[in-house]
Design a protein around this ligand. Structure first.
Ligand SMILES: *Cc1c(COP(=O)(O)O)cnc(C)c1O
Length: 425
């Protein structure tokens, strides 16, 4: 198919042949995107899960402005800077105990790549080479070759399959079949030398907002420990309050060996990522031997302006009642989800903290690839940014959202289910 489009821009996860992107957003404010025609669109998915408090939080905007007046990118081998130091100390203060070092990069995918390299580097340097990575089915860890390898395989990575490396997969801990996951992981650890288990804690995001209990995470960690397998938690989506606590793994009372964070680290204002690791992992690379250094760098490692935004975000967590806000938002979702629990048009109504999800019953949803774009258009027409994952509709708003805005989103979900049902009659 030959394209004849106005713009040369190639958008992510967009089929330009069906659904070209034409609307310009000219301003953001609170929970809203404002387009060139003056329409206010409620950002009910936090612009792909990055905006935590609100769009353009004044303290973060100011920190960016001030930082930009003194520093731009500074090479992060050779030199350090105050924002990176302050942020690292601050991150370790709020992260689960046992994490001791902070490696900066610039995206969630990169944070996970760094984590995988840290894990393999660790085993290499301590003389116990291991190269197997275990993951959960339905997981998503990014779109680079390495993180696609660790993620679920499907239509979205089929063209690259030949280049993806093999990983060991444990089943997702479906309610009442959780023991299967634990048994599968234990078997893997026994039969193969697994370097690390890489998991999204509590909620598998792009895989369909699949949720599992904190107890399973606790038990996975215990199994990993017994076999000296490292636990890498990918908190890229779950971090910064999404699941009701600052990091999701707090709820499992575990300390991972490696933790990846990005998206909400700057409140969503600028790209930045950090991979936190234990003393043991750092120490395995610490030496007078240059061949043991950690061979990784992104050009924009620890960008000072992004670090300043993240420091401002940490301050917001200290000075504003963010925890209460998140708890309240959780309660608002809970109330509104209640009637959907017995609604036959939906299945698997679920919530973890500020994330609410429900499946359009597949029997009424019909041909899924048709339903997705239809749903999106329906929400778009109502000035709601909601992008279902297949038949999974979810809400993950900025924390500043108010009750009547949520009501609007839930009313649209109610309405769209009727539309789909009628269309399938
Ligand atoms: C978004 C996401 C990533 C990838 O982050 P990018 O910044 O898009 O590279 C990795 N892991 C999880 C769990 C994510 O949700």
């Amino acid at each position: 198919m030959h394209s004849d489009l106005q713009s040369p821009v190639w958008h992510p996860f967009t089929q330009h042949g069906l659904d070209p992107v034409t609307t310009k957003i000219v301003r953001t404010e609170g929970a809203y995107l404002i387009d060139e025609h003056g329409r206010l669109v409620l950002d009910a998915i936090s612009s792909w899960w990055v905006i935590t408090h609100r769009h353009r939080h004044p303290a973060i905007a100011e920190a960016i402005q001030v930082a930009a007046e003194t520093l731009d990118q500074v090479i992060f081998a050779e030199y350090t800077h105050e924002a990176a130091e302050e942020l690292a100390t601050g991150l370790l203060r709020v992260a689960p105990p046992g994490l001791a070092h902070v490696f900066y990069s610039d995206s969630g995918s990169t944070a996970v790549e760094v984590a995988l390299k840290m894990a393999l580097g660790f085993f290499h340097h301590v003389g116990d080479p291991r190269s197997r990575i275990a993951v959960m089915e339905h997981s998503y860890h990014g779109d680079t070759i390495g993180t696609m390898s660790a993620g679920e395989r499907g239509v979205f990575n089929a063209p690259y399959g030949a280049l993806l490396f093999d990983v060991d997969r444990v089943p997702f801990p479906e309610a009442s079949r959780e023991q299967d996951t634990l048994d599968a992981f234990e078997r893997l650890c026994r039969d193969r030398k697994i370097a690390a288990l890489l998991v999204e804690p509590l909620v598998l995001g792009a895989g369909g907002m699949k949720m599992y209990s904190a107890r399973i995470l606790t038990e996975l960690k215990q199994i990993a420990e017994r076999f000296h397998t490292l636990l890498i938690v990918d908190e890229v989506m779950t971090g910064w309050g999404r699941t009701g606590t600052l990091f999701a793994c707090e709820q499992a009372a575990i300390s991972p060996d490696i933790l990846c964070t990005s998206k909400g680290i700057t409140g969503g204002a600028l790209p930045l990522a950090a991979t936190l690791c234990s003393h043991e992992i750092f120490d395995a690379h610490f030496s007078t031997d240059r061949s043991r250094m950690f061979f990784h760098s992104s050009s924009y490692t620890a960008n000072p302006i992004a670090c300043a935004a993240a420091v401002a975000n940490l301050k917001i967590w200290q000075t504003e009642p963010v925890a209460q806000r998140i708890e309240e938002l959780g309660r608002l979702h809970q109330e509104r989800l209640e009637p959907f629990r017995t609604d036959p048009r939906f299945a698997n109504v679920r919530q973890t903290g500020t994330i609410a999800a429900l499946d359009l019953d597949v029997s009424t949803a019909g041909y899924l690839s048709d339903v997705g774009p239809k749903l999106r258009r329906f929400f778009r027409d109502r000035d709601l940014l909601i992008r279902p994952l297949g038949n999974v509709i979810y809400l993950m708003t900025p924390y500043c959202v108010v009750p009547n805005e949520l009501d609007r989103a839930y009313a649209a979900i109610d309405e769209v289910a009727d539309m789909i049902r009628k269309a399938n009659k």
